[in-house]
Design a protein around this ligand. Structure first.
Ligand code: PMP
Length: 382
């Protein structure tokens, strides 16, 4: 039986009523385009095909629309290069299922996305952690690992990383592609936050810098439409894509026809670029409120300044243990975050914490950070 040791992802989503939670990376329902989605679902629900089986790679018109969106983002793909998945999460699982046997090496960023570890765990890999710097993975550390260990997959979130918010620089993207080529490793590029950029210009995806088809690129509607739809997608070179599509069929036959078709109608009829612009403005305001509030934290607490995505990452003195604090001072202060221990496969780093500015109400951000500030100030002065 596979190891299942991590707390469930959804455990992060249900704090008590008094608590201001910066923990679960939930999008704000205020910006779900509910009316337009309701109309799209209502119209598709008239059809037979929305209630019928179709094919594992997903609704073809939706794949064509996604290919267009990706082309506009510099990714050269066609509809036939795409597989629709049950969120980006399934893309991680299918890639791991395809490529990893027990003991195989997987490089992950430290810290990384908790759900990726939960997906990889099932295949019992050997984890190697590479520190995340403000401009992405520490490639010297990565090269050392690649020199001395056999690695099958490098998992990275190059755009607005979960949990640090870091963006991998262009130079590092190019160098990472060269390293992956040199050591013959597949890169799993997880990009669910890529379109949620609040300043600056987009950098090319790893996928579009890759000359030899070794990048599996994941996308998702979870953060830009709604996670309840459970629709994401992936693109990969034909050989990988074919195998991943077969695995998708084995896992759940196909994604929901009703949902895929409704999203397709939504994209065809609503002004999606306008919706994205609205999201960017909305979350930028929350990001700004969070950064303003964080300026009051004790100087011993460092924090990242994300240019997109959902997350800010705190780092305290090395003795600080946010997991212990979450059970004691932070619980008493009724404020929640994600302690770093869960975000490293080794569980070795305790002095970091992830905060989301996307989920809490704008009006709760300053008071929530004030609670955190009081608790941390007390702990740091004890
Ligand atoms: N990858 C990352 C980096 C994420 O942050 C998340 C969601 N929190 C996922 C994948 C899973 O997203 P989805 O809902 O698309 O499965």
């Amino acid at each position: 039986m596979a190891r299942v040791e991590r707390a469930g992802l959804t455990d992060l989503f249900a704090p008590d009523e008094q608590t201001i939670s910066f923990a679960g990376g939930l999008p704000d329902p205020a910006v779900f385009p509910k009316a337009a989605l309701q109309a799209a679902f209502a119209s598709r629900a008239q059809t037979d095909s929305a209630f019928q089986y179709a094919n594992s790679d997903g609704y073809a018109p939706l794949r064509a629309q996604l290919a267009k969106l990706m082309q506009a983002d510099g990714v050269s793909v066609n509809a036939s290069d795409l597989l629709i998945t049950q969120g980006a999460q399934q893309g991680i699982d299918l890639t791991a299922r395809l490529l990893l046997n027990p003991g195989d090496g997987v490089v992950v960023e430290g810290p990384t996305y908790l759900g990726a570890l939960a997906a990889f765990d099932a295949y019992e890999p050997t984890y190697y952690e590479v520190p995340v710097e403000p401009d992405g993975m520490d490639l010297h550390a990565l090269q050392k690992i690649l020199l001395t260990h056999s690695v099958k997959v490098i998992y990275t979130v190059p755009d607005f990383q979960n949990p640090t918010g870091a963006v991998m620089s262009l130079a590092k993207r190019q160098a990472l592609i060269r390293l992956a080529h040199q050591y013959d490793v597949v890169i799993l590029e997880d990009a669910p936050y890529r379109l949620l950029r609040y300043e600056g210009d987009a950098l090319p995806t790893l996928h579009s810098l890759d000359p030899d088809g070794r990048v599996v690129l994941l996308g998702s509607f979870s953060k830009i439409l709604s996670p309840g739809l459970r629709i994401g997608w992936l693109t990969a070179a034909p050989r990988l894509l074919q195998a991943l599509t077969a695995l998708k069929g084995g896992a759940d036959v196909e994604s929901s026809a009703l949902v895929m078709q409704s999203i397709s109608t939504y994209l065809a009829s609503a002004d999606f670029p306008q919706h994205l612009a609205k999201l960017r403005n909305y979350y930028r305001t929350k990001r700004d409120a969070m950064l303003t509030a964080l300026a009051s934290l004790p100087p011993a607490i460092h924090y990242t300044r994300p240019t997109g995505g959902f997350f800010v990452y705190l780092t305290g003195p090395s003795w600080l243990d946010f997991s212990a604090l979450q059970q004691t001072e932070l619980a008493e202060a009724h404020v929640a975050l994600v302690p770093s221990k869960n975000l490293y496969p080794s569980h070795a780093i305790t002095n970091g914490a992830r905060l989301t500015f996307a989920a809490p109400a704008l009006a709760d951000i300053a008071p929530g950070i004030a609670r955190l500030n009081r608790a941390l100030t007390q702990v740091l002065h004890e």
